[in-house]
Design a protein around this ligand. Structure first.
Ligand SMILES: Cc1ncc(COP(=O)(O)O)c(C=O)c1O
Length: 427
């Protein structure tokens, strides 16, 4: 099983059998309130009939079409629908099947862009400590999680540097929204550029809000600074929006939320409401055009997947984006954010809690670790919450909450109250 303690799981499995709306049902019929949108991906809630219908219609009509040298019209219609949700100018779309594939595709597009413009020596990639960019070799190389890297350390991409992460509990604990301190973490980019020279650097990749390593909200001014420095040096800025796109922060993308447009964006998860595995990369028109223009004729970009723009995925994407738009779910997330923030911060004084942080419909609750067993305390909170009917996530000793955008205010209260109640029982 992926990212799971296999032996412990098999001794004590936790299985899910059904899902509808805001709830999972276990095989023995217990209802579990979904506080995490599955894995940050079921933004429109579970079992949406319009998506189910679209997938089943598509399976009957055209089950599969190769995307190499052939196509099907929905791949272009779905790309147009995705592009409409992107910041202005980011309207060229490449379909993948997952966040990991989107990240590796984005990194390759960055390299291809520089080479197409006669700057093929720009090969260095810059990620960030505590960044999570999936599990491809590109993603773990620019990623900053040691457990995901150490086993494969001899085989990581060679020309990679990392910015420092932006998490600073000593100065920013219990921030509501973007923390005040930490814009200066972006200055390290100038240091790395001075070391290698900008002419060797292809791209910087960051999650605008880092989710997997425990909800790290970007400090005020930080992303603006990254954008200014990359632009000044002709370095591409890639936003990994695998969890932030499609409404998580109360806007279509984090880029829109923060008012900062990258050059390339990695997408997945909420793009299809997780009903069919799907992902995409959105790029600025000039990046796309440069790559196409560099090739006289023939294939311009030697990359792609058997299941790029799979018909079931494009059907699911179109039905999902229709729901987001029709039900105004991004606006709904924005409207719910203040109540979500208040509910999260009621845990500030709860036992073991050293920090609560939040933005949009995502919150992180950081616990003091047990001296002898880091991670054990949050793991126990996760297990007890699940047993008592609320699903949360944990990384290390950080609890993450990121519910579907259809959540009701009473359910927001229920999630945080449950966490508080469980914390009282955890040593
Ligand atoms: C920011 C980010 N990038 C990439 C990924 C990888 O996505 P996948 O698991 O679909 O490959 C994730 C998954 O959580 C993610 O949060």
């Amino acid at each position: 099983m992926p990212f799971t303690a296999n032996r412990q799981f098999k001794e004590q499995p936790r299985l899910l059998a059904k899902a509808k709306g805001m709830h999972y049902t276990t095989p023995d019929g217990k209802q579990v309130l979904d506080g995490t949108a599955g894995l940050w991906c079921v933004n429109a809630g579970h079992g949406r009939q319009e998506i189910v219908d679209a997938i089943s219609r598509q399976a009957a009509e055209l089950d599969y079409a190769p995307s190499f040298q052939l196509g099907h019209s929905d791949s272009f219609t779905a790309a147009t629908a995705v592009a409409r949700m992107m910041p202005a100018g980011m309207d060229r779309i490449f379909f993948t099947n997952s966040g990991s594939e989107s990240v590796d595709t984005a990194l390759k597009i960055a390299l291809a862009y520089h080479r197409a413009r006669g700057e093929g020596q720009r090969t260095r990639l810059i990620g960030r400590e505590r960044g999570y960019h999936g599990v491809g070799f590109g993603g773990i190389s620019v990623g900053g999680i040691s457990t995901n890297r150490k086993t494969f350390s001899g085989a990581l991409l060679p020309a990679v540097d990392h910015l420092p992460h932006t998490h600073d509990v000593s100065r920013n604990a219990h921030s509501r929204g973007q923390p005040v301190h930490g814009e200066n973490f972006a200055d390290d980019l100038e240091r790395i550029i001075a070391l290698h020279d900008a002419s060797t650097i292809a791209a910087v990749i960051v999650e605008p809000l880092a989710g997997s390593t425990g909800v790290l909200v970007p400090p005020k001014g930080y992303l603006e600074k990254l954008r200014a420095i990359t632009e000044k040096h002709g370095i591409l800025l890639i936003f990994d929006e695998v969890i932030t796109a499609f409404g998580r922060l109360g806007a279509a993308t984090a880029s829109e939320y923060f008012g900062i447009t990258p050059d390339i964006m990695a997408l997945a998860k909420g793009i299809s409401n997780a009903s069919v595995p799907a992902g995409a990369v959105a790029v600025r028109r000039n990046v796309h055009d440069s790559i196409l223009a560099a090739s006289e004729n023939g294939i311009e970009f030697f990359h792609g997947y058997t299941y790029s723009a799979h018909p079931l995925a494009t059907a699911a994407i179109m039905a999902t984006l229709d729901i987001y738009e029709r039900d105004q779910l991004f606006q709904r997330a924005r409207n719910l954010s203040p109540a979500f923030e208040d509910a999260a911060h009621q845990l500030a004084d709860a036992r073991h809690v050293i920090d609560v942080r939040n933005l949009g419909l995502v919150a992180g609750i950081e616990l003091a670790p047990r001296p002898d067993a880091p991670g054990a305390r949050a793991a126990e909170v996760f297990r007890k919450c699940f047993d008592q009917g609320v699903m949360v996530r944990y990384t290390g000793d950080i609890i993450a909450v990121s519910p579907p955008l259809i959540i009701e205010e009473a359910q927001i209260s229920e999630i945080f109250k449950k966490i508080g109640d469980v914390l009282k029982t955890v040593e």
